[in-house]
Write a protein that binds this ligand. Structure first.
Ligand code: 5GP
Ligand code: MN
Length: 345
């Protein structure tokens, strides 16, 4: 599904404006990359730009150009409120429902200024005046590139912008691995490299600066792996005790859910992470092939996302959450098949 409703946006951007750019809660590489890339582009057009994040981002994204200027609502709520109240255009990137941006959702709802949504998730809500929504896109960063092209701004893409956009493309596609990364995604990545994205440095900064705590948690996570062979499914857990004893830092568990998916014969992987902050269990769902984890997360765990990658939350104990999860699998036995897994090319 795609929707490009941006009539008047180009004209709106011809006058210098106060612009606020907002990623989703717990921003990942694509959310931050797209927000920062779009922010740098808007600054180059002469706008005053603030990026306001609902909460903090992992340290491994802290090197991104402009990351140190992001206002974090958890720490600087008044600063974010002021920026939103004074804004003339609000851009929401990498999400499509205001419940996805925590405390900033209410402030956006109360604002009367136009909103621009750029996003690639399923089922967009209609809060935005200008909408670029396309579920076939690899990443919101790829969409920022397309929008820049549409607005004839690609000449303004410098190495800072290119580094931001390249980051979101590789983090959301598992380094171009997922089906969402088509040939056009690679052509765009190539152009970003031409424009100064440093692919080797970005890879090193993202993936070769692991904290020891992450490795310790990785051990716990793999140790917890339970293979439900009948359903070609795997689940893993990280408890609060694991976090405490391994010295957990935000971002440490990023990507762990993919371990399960790489098990031979597995097409559905889930990780349950205890979160004492809001007494919830954060869940990440990943699948290969036709099993739709967006639907699964939406139907059973207050979540959503994409067909092959989604998240959700539960507010009962870890054990109860796992029990609910395992009790659901028999209903899906028909679709939890490994037919889609490759055995030849
Ligand atoms: P992750 O498992 O990495 O947190 O998220 C996977 C994908 O699902 C991301 O695109 C993320 O934006 C989306 N997602 C994660 N949690 C939720 C949620 O609670 N609701 C919705 N609608 N999407 C989510
Ligand atoms: Mn994304």
């Amino acid at each position: 599904m795609s929707l490009l409703k941006i009539a008047g946006l180009s004209e709106n951007l011809t006058t210098p404006r106060n612009i606020v750019i907002i990623p989703h809660q717990n921003p990942d590489g694509d959310a931050l990359g797209s927000c920062l890339g779009w922010a740098h582009l808007m600054k180059k057009l002469g706008h005053m730009v603030s990026v306001c994040s609902p909460n903090s981002f992992p340290d491994f994204l802290g090197w991104m150009p402009g990351a140190n200027e992001i206002k974090i609502a958890d720490h600087e709520f008044d600063g974010c409120k002021k920026a939103i109240e004074e804004s003339e255009l609000i851009c929401t990137l990498d999400f499509n429902h205001l419940s996805r941006c925590g405390v900033l959702g209410d402030l956006i709802e109360q604002s009367a200024v136009p909103i621009l949504m750029i996003d690639h998730h399923i089922s967009p809500s209609d809060y935005a005046e200008y909408t670029f929504s396309d579920t076939s896109m690899s990443s919101t960063c790829e969409m920022v590139y397309h929008l820049a092209k549409h607005l004839k701004l690609t000449d303004l893409i410098d190495s800072e912008i290119a580094n931001c956009l390249y980051t979101g493309i590789i983090t959301d596609t598992g380094n171009f691995k997922y089906p969402s990364a088509g040939s056009n995604t690679l052509l765009i990545a190539a152009d970003l490299i031409e424009k100064g994205a440093d692919k080797t440095k970005i890879n090193a900064l993202l993936f070769e600066q692991n904290e020891l705590s992450r490795f310790k948690l990785m051990g716990r996570c793999l140790d917890s792996l339970t293979y439900l062979e009948k359903y070609h499914s795997v689940y893993m857990t990280i408890t609060e005790e694991d976090k405490k004893s391994c010295g957990f830092r935000k971002g440490d568990t990023e990507g762990f859910v993919n371990f399960g998916l790489s098990l031979k014969g597995c097409c559905f992987s889930v990780i349950f992470i205890e979160n004492a902050e809001d007494s919830s269990i954060k869940m990440s769902f990943r699948s290969t092939g036709d099993f739709d984890v967006n639907k699964f997360a939406r139907t059973h765990f207050n979540g959503g996302g994409h067909k092959n990658a989604a998240g959700g939350k539960s507010f009962v104990s870890l054990k109860e959450t796992i029990d609910i999860f395992t009790s659901l699998l028999p209903n899906y036995i028909e679709s939890l098949t490994i037919n889609a897994l490759p055995n030849e090319i």
